[in-house]
Structures are given as C-alpha cells and as structure tokens.
Design a protein around this ligand. Structure first.
Ligand SMILES: [Zn+2]
Length: 321
C-alpha cells in the first residue's frame, strides 16, 4: 500500500490505531519504515493501541526493531507501546534494560524505558504467580497483560472491554473540548468561553505561569482535565460556566469531589460571577500567591474585543464538562 504524503500516512496511522483492527499491523509495520519520523512515531503508538487485539508476537517484534530508530521520539513511542503488551513484551526486556543504561540515550527515554520495564516485569510476575485481578469497573477477571495496558493508561485495573469504553469516552470528550475552543486570549491561548478568556488574561497580566486545559491528569485513578493548572503554586482553577445545566452540575460535583479526595487545591469560579471576575480572581488567587494590583486591572477590565482579538464566539458561554 502506498500513501502519497506524510500527512496522509500520519492520519492513516492514527486511524488504524483507533480502529481496533487486528489486521492493521502490516500497514503499520510499513509505516515504521517511513521516511518521516512523525509517521514512524504515530505508527508505533498505534501498534500500542492495538495491544490485546493484534497479533502480540508480531507487534512486539515490530516495536522492538523501533527501539533502535535514529529518532528519539520514535524510540520513546515504541517503549510506551511495548509496555501495553505486558508480559508478551518479554523479548524486549533486554533492549529496554540497555536503554535505561545507555548514557547516549535521552533522559526521557531512559526514564520511560525504566517505567516500561517495571510494567512488563510486574505482568510477568503476575503470570508466573497466576495472580488474577478483577476489573474495577465490571468485576470480571483481568489478565496480567490487560492489567498492564490499563495501568499504563489509567493507573487502574480494567479489563480490555472497560479499557476501551473509558478510552472512547475520553476521546469523544477531548474532541468536543477541541470543537468548543473558539475564543482567543491576548497571549494566543484559545479558550472555550469568555470567562476562561478573562482568567487567562488575568494570569498572563500577573505573570503567573499556567497551563490551560492541555492534558488529562490522573487524580485518584480518574482522568480529569482541569481548566487551568498553576505549577508554581500547585493550584487548579476551574471555571464552571454552565451552572444552570443539570448534567453539567452533576459533572461539576463529581469533579470537585475528585479534587477534594485527592487533596488537590482547587479554586472555582462560576458563570454568574463573570462580570466580577477580575476582582474575584485577585481575591481568591491572592490567598495562594502574591499578586500585584498596581497595573490598573481595576481601572477598567479591558473592554472585551478592544484589541484585535478575534471574538467569533464572544456571546457564547460554552463548556462541556
Ligand atoms: Zn471490566
């Protein structure tokens, strides 16, 4: 099979990984020899996603070869993909061990190789001791290799069936979140609502380093996606923009409970507070960090849209949590 461009091959690799198609290995194997490292990386990742579906011996063999790919990121994705195969990845143990000890290897690859070693060895031990675990979602028996996959992705024990279910929910949600991001803040961050824009611009103005909605974090075994995370003060910010929607409310309460149970510091702001956000931000965040209010934030919160900010969706207050 031939694919014209890198982009096409990259898209195809991602799609095959998500297809669950046990026969996708041949095509993915050919992508592993593609001239573009990005395509090779995505193909390795896709093979990891097919763990439990595709032929394990073939998959492990393919990934093992990639451990010596010239591009570090291809090696990294292969390492991660291998750990999804649990005890079946045993043939790669020596290579992984080499990687952890190779001074020429990147730090992140040495670290990820050590992690993968741990997961695979744990699975091998469970196989040897015939340890059977139960799925935390449905209660069915979980094989060591299934466990390895779930541990890798969620740090929980799930059977393959529940693993797919959780993964799908998460992916759909991610897609929805992306679709709702339409408002651009001054620093270029694209956010979902006016409220989030105000928060983003407040943080930027006060030089508070933040991460916006960029990744899932595992809190108490659940994957949640915080609106904002402030690494310097280890603080989370959620803007609950659609409080009057019942489903949203339920999600909000569950999410708040998770933060609480995990002992994470969460500062909440709500849709009805939007008009007063600059003052509330200063007040609530001020409890955790030093914020200067000498730059005229109170003079006038910049009229939204005063600058050349595209405000295509300014009137909508979106949120999909
Ligand atoms: Zn299950």
């Amino acid at each position: 099979m031939r694919f014209a461009g890198d982009k096409e091959a990259a898209d195809k690799a991602v799609q095959l990984g998500e297809s669950g198609d046990a026969n996708a290995l041949n095509v993915l194997g050919s992508f592993l020899k593609h001239c573009s490292p990005n395509v090779r990386r995505l193909a390795a990742s896709a093979i990891g996603k097919l763990a439990g579906k595709a032929d394990t011996a073939q998959a492990v063999r393919l990934l093992q070869v990639c451990l010596s790919d010239p591009h570090p990121q291809v090696r990294q994705y292969s390492v991660k993909a291998l750990s999804a195969y649990g005890s079946s990845a045993e043939p790669a143990l020596v290579d992984l061990l080499d990687m952890t000890q190779n001074a020429d290897e990147t730090d992140y690859n040495r670290r990820d190789a050590a992690k993968a070693l741990g997961i695979i060895q744990e699975a091998l031990k469970n196989v040897a001791e015939a340890v059977t675990k139960t799925c935390q979602k449905c209660g069915s028996d979980v094989l060591p290799d299934e466990e390895a996959r779930a541990q890798k992705a969620f740090q929980r024990v799930y059977c393959d069936h529940c693993f797919d279910e959780v993964f799908l929910t998460r992916r759909n949600w991610e897609t929805q979140v992306e679709l709702h991001k339409t408002i651009q803040a001054k620093d270029g961050t694209v956010v979902q609502s006016e409220g989030e824009r105000i928060i983003t611009e407040f943080l930027a103005r006060h030089s508070v380093p933040y991460r916006y909605d960029n990744r899932f974090r595992i809190i108490k075994g659940y994957a949640i996606r915080p609106d904002f995370y402030l690494p310097e003060s280890d603080l989370y910010i959620e803007y609950w923009g659609m409080e009057d929607n019942l489903d949203y409310q339920i999600g909000m309460l569950e999410k708040k409970k998770l933060y609480q149970q995990a002992g994470k510091r969460l500062v909440s702001f709500y849709g009805h507070e939007k008009a007063d956000l600059p003052r509330l931000l200063l007040e609530r965040l001020g409890r955790y960090m030093r914020l200067s209010d000498d730059e005229g934030w109170s003079r006038a919160e910049p009229e939204s849209g005063a600058d050349s900010i595209p405000r295509r969706a300014a009137s909508q207050e979106k949120g999909v949590r």
